[in-house]
Design a protein around this ligand. Structure first.
Ligand SMILES: [Cu+2]
Length: 402
């Protein structure tokens, strides 16, 4: 009803305006006045109003810049971030010059060349020199911007140093998980087929493979029993048979890992954290970014870093943090300040809340923090830990179920 009223109002308004224009035309015709005839006074007033508008426009622009300057990001906290800011400021400088020059000329000329019955317009069909000037100058400016931008981009995307801290950022609706390499400096392999509640990243370990096979076998067995013992409609039986097919295919993929002679123990010392991650200052950090569901984007605004997280592939971004969290708190006089990792792709209902704190600290503090974290598989002691034992049991269970 409300929409109908709105449409009605708009239609009536259009008809009203059309009628007013018609009345104006008719009255002009009656008084023998041409439509384009304006008195010099009206022209002068219009010209002055345009100048006043220009001054108001420039004043508002400058006021906004001053008023909202401090809501911009603070100083860049990474090595390449300084270059990104320089590139951005260079572009802003060009834009400001063009913005002021073009708008000044626009309004100033509108006043200066207001209609004058005594003046005759210059007839100018073509001018090669003018064409050349307004083609060549923008081309040069654009070329400079593009070459400068590409050079900066190449520097940013340069390979990280050999001693870089490697961190995997795993995104899913709606949180981030960070995985560190542990002492060996290598991330263990991972695959989505191994994802479980206990292993949300699908990290491959011999134990995890066994567990998954047991889980799949149990599921297949249970589904089969349901089909055999219960009276079900055909459609449901079909559904359950599909499920068995799917689980069987998944099992054969997981079995490939069991049969391969690759060493999956690399993953044992991996460290997985949520909610807050730590990185050392003045050392390259190489992020390997993955997604389990939709496209997300790892955005770390204070480090001027952003890279998409795309399902099915690993994207990379590395940077060297240069300011610790503590120093930044002092600079900003804000004890609550924290560096942050955000999702910068609208990925669903809780997208706004998909974030993780980043703590930048000295190398010593970082190492101390890392050593306090739990490793993916706790190292074995003496006769073997509970996990190792349960591993043996599972092997028996696998054989039993098969
Ligand atoms: Cu997201």
């Amino acid at each position: 009803m409300e929409k109908l009223l709105l449409v009605l109002v708009v239609v009536l308004a259009i008809i009203g305006i059309a009628q007013i224009v018609r009345v104006y035309r008719l009255s002009s015709e009656l008084s023998n006045k041409k439509e384009e005839d304006f008195s010099p006074t009206a022209n002068r007033i219009n010209g002055n109003l345009l100048l006043i508008f220009m001054i108001a426009l420039f004043a508002t622009f400058i006021w906004q810049m001053v008023e909202y300057w401090d809501v911009l990001l603070p100083v860049a906290a990474s090595e390449h971030g300084v270059e990104v800011d320089q590139l951005l400021n260079f572009n802003w400088a060009i834009l400001f010059i063009v913005f002021f020059a073009v708008n000044f000329l626009l309004f100033f000329f509108a006043k200066k060349y207001a209609h004058d019955p005594k003046r005759k317009a210059l007839y100018l069909a073509h001018n090669n020199k003018l064409e050349l000037i307004w083609t060549v100058i923008p081309s040069i400016v654009l070329a400079v911007i593009i070459i400068y931008g590409l050079r900066t981009w190449n520097q940013i995307m340069d390979e990280p140093a050999d001693d870089a801290v490697v961190v995997e950022l795993y995104s899913k609706q709606f949180d981030w998980t960070a995985r560190y390499t542990g002492e060996d400096g290598k991330l263990g392999e991972s695959n989505f087929t191994l994802i479980t509640g206990q292993n949300p990243l699908g990290v491959i370990t011999d134990e995890g493979v066994d567990e998954k096979i047991v889980e799949l076998n149990e599921d297949i067995e249970k589904t089969r029993t349901t089909i055999e013992t219960e009276i079900l409609p055909d459609s449901r039986v079909e559904e359950l048979e599909d499920r068995i097919g799917m689980r069987t295919r998944q099992r054969s993929r997981v079995m490939n890992y069991k049969e391969s002679d690759r060493d999956f123990s690399v993953a044992h010392d991996d460290v997985i954290v949520k909610g807050e991650m730590h990185i050392p200052v003045n050392r390259d950090v190489s992020f390997q970014i993955r997604s389990s569901d939709v496209i997300h984007s790892a955005f770390m605004p204070h480090f001027r870093a952003q890279m998409n997280a795309v399902p099915g592939m690993t994207t990379k971004f590395s940077f060297k943090p240069t300011i610790t969290t503590d120093s930044m708190r002092t600079v900003l006089e804000d004890e609550e300040f924290n560096y942050i990792l955000l999702c910068n792709k609208v990925c669903g209902s809780a997208h706004y809340n998909m974030q993780m704190n980043i703590v930048v600290e000295s190398e010593e503090k970082y190492q101390e923090w890392l050593s306090q974290q739990k490793t993916f598989v706790e190292p074995e002691e003496g006769e073997g830990t509970a996990e190792a034992k349960s591993g043996e049991n599972e092997e028996e269970r696998i054989i039993a179920v098969q």
